[in-house]
Write a protein that binds this ligand. Sequence first.
Ligand code: KG4
Ligand code: ZN
Length: 356
Amino acid sequence: MKLPLDSQSRILAFETSCDDTSVALLDGEGLVLALKSANQDQVHRPFGGVVPEIASRAHLSLILELAESCLEAGHCQWKDVTAIVTTNRPGLVGSLLVGVVTAKTLAQILGIPLLGVNHLEGHLQSGNLRDSLWSPPKEFRNPSVALLVSGGHTQIILCTESTNTILGGTRDDAAGEAWDKFAKMLDLGFPGGPKVDQAALDGDPNAFAFPRAMMAGDSLEMSFSGLKSSAHRWISELRQESDWQKHIPNLCASFQQAVTDVLLAKLDLAVKRHKVTSVLIAGGVSANSFLRSQAQSWALSRGLCLVLPPLRYCTDNAAMIGLAGIRRLNRGEISHLGLVASPNSMPTDFVVQDFT
Ligand code: KG4
Ligand code: ZN
């Protein structure tokens, strides 16, 4: 493999860490040539959440078909692929294994390098992706601060070209998990985040006074479990009314306002403390329309360069994994065939600042 990778190189990337099966083809400069994803919402919906074994089986049946359709869309053949990148951590191990074993086997057959990357590093790269419709603002500069909000993680991270330092995060539920559990309390169905987003459009964000935890002082820690309990109490009380559903828009709007207030207050604190001018909001929850509009107003008022990736790069996708891989391949990193799938990040993936 010739380094640095260039516009002639073709990187095939896999993402199977949870319940989205995704394959992407990028050129060596990070331009996304094709992205094919299949969510498994329909198969998990009857269970109200992701069932790990069903997710693994679905990945297995989808991954090669998506890879072939990606190559076709990118006008590329198997022999043209330069390297294969796959998420190998953190996530559901059975799901990760499908991507890892597929990537290993293809790399071996094609005689090309293989690289396993961290899923969260992928989310952090989602702001740098480029395709025929989108490219990030040129003013974006590292060091920057990222708010990573997904179903499993809620962290504030200081990003430089070579290191990602976790400055703070949630002590309990991830923001996406809070959105999903709140949706469940309201019987809104699966997946919950987008349903709450939708229902909140007709609601008043000040109708219910949900708590905002850990706002005093200058800590970058967060907690969403108190909010969940408060929501549970409100909803149980309102359910006594026969037409309780009429409260759903106001409940959803007030819930989103409470979580967004916490997320943006912490982000503001981190930006001031580290004197950065560039900010990224990434991860599935960054698709939320209310969070996006509030974040835009905040960034404008503070004169910041804010990157909110387009929706296709917010939720889990293989394009972000491809880009994280390209940066590492260019540094000479490759994985050996003993690459494992792990539920956790590796200790060397992030610098963790003691925020307790
Ligand atoms: O990054 P992601 O696709 O998977 C993980 O790495 O966890 O994030 C999934 C999370 C879920 O909790 C989902 O409900 C949430 O992102 N999500 C949203 C929206 N779209 C996805 N939450 C709020 N509003 C949305 N529009
Ligand atoms: Zn994710």
